[in-house]
Write a protein that binds this ligand. Structure first.
Ligand code: PRP
Length: 285
């Protein structure tokens, strides 16, 4: 039986979360960080630990079948590669930054200027769209020091917390694109591997839905139950169970993690007591 070959970043910002999502979907792998590849014990999958920038070409050539990779890397190097799932972690943006004291009002200010970057295709697409011509200096790593050593007037790099820009006295002036980790697939995938991929995608979706939700349990007087259900509609409809104490019910439901504190405030206002909020590991609708 063939195995699906999945590439993950060997080291760097995506590695840990990539391994975590594989574990959460039940793909258990011995620590393979120092290896090129490792087989899953309980699923027809092999994990390849590769350099981020090499992954798009491996996908194109079918050397690996799928990858967990930053969308920004695919935009730079993997135009024809299909993204099948956004994974919600390693969010960042590709930005233009200039020295803090530079006068910058709009993109036209970069006309004829020197821009240091590891993302030449992304920068060229953005400059072309804005009809600006600049000189690109392509460097791999430590792009942020280029203005300070007189190599460039601006940089284009990924920004996450913004602390690298801050430490190097740079300010963000344009966002070229936003990115997050994605599941990407080789254009040459046979039917057998597609079937394995479908299973993986289904599992990932269950984990992502679980991560985005919380399970809520609370007690309420029976005359408040309907008001509370209005605030907590749940997946289909909440479970309402009688408490041993007469005139009271227990309500169980699911809510969106992002609305959590607002919903809790509303529940308290409507008379809910003993509110418990629990994480959800997986959710299959
Ligand atoms: C990226 C980027 C910056 C930093 C930005 O490097 O090149 O150096 O992250 O993140 P921040 O806004 O949170 O400070 P990364 O750590 O991915 O490694 P790299 O230098 O190998 O690209």
């Amino acid at each position: 039986m063939s195995k699906l070959r999945i590439a993950v970043q060997k080291s760097g910002r995506l590695n840990e979360d990539s391994m975590r999502i594989l574990k959460d979907i039940g793909i258990s792998i011995d620590n393979g960080k120092d290896q090129l590849k490792a087989s899953a014990k309980n699923f027809p999958v092999e994990v390849f630990y590769l350099r981020n920038g090499d992954i798009p070409q491996y996908l194109k050539d079918g050397v690996v079948d799928a990858a967990i990779i930053g969308e920004n890397v695919l935009i730079e190097k993997g135009k024809d590669i299909n993204i099948v799932e956004k994974l919600g972690f390693s969010t960042c943006r590709v930005c233009i930054a200039v020295p803090k004291d530079a006068n910058y009002s709009n993109i036209k200010d970069l006309e004829g200027k020197r821009i240091a970057t590891s993302y030449p295709n992304t920068v060229n697409m953005f400059l072309d769209k804005n009809n600006v011509k600049a000189n690109l200096h392509i460097i791999n790593g430590s792009v942020e020091i280029a203005p300070n050593i007189g190599l460039a007037d601006a940089i284009v790099d990924i920004v996450s917390s913004g602390s690298t820009l801050f430490k190097n006295n740079l300010k963000e002036v344009e966002t070229i694109l936003k990115s997050e980790a994605v599941l990407a697939v080789s254009p040459v995938l046979n039917a057998e591997k597609q079937a394995i991929l479908d299973k993986i995608q289904f599992r990932i979706q269950s984990v992502l839905k679980g991560r985005a939700s919380k399970y809520v349990l609370l007690n309420a007087p029976n005359d408040k139950v309907q008001d509370i259900i209005d605030v907590l509609p749940g997946m289909k409809s909440p479970s309402v169970l009688p408490l041993a104490k007469s005139g009271w019910s227990s309500i169980h439901s699911v809510m969106n993690k992002n609305e959590f504190w607002d919903v809790i405030d509303a529940l308290k206002e409507k008379g809910a007591e003993g509110i418990l909020v629990c994480p959800i590991e997986k959710m299959v609708l």
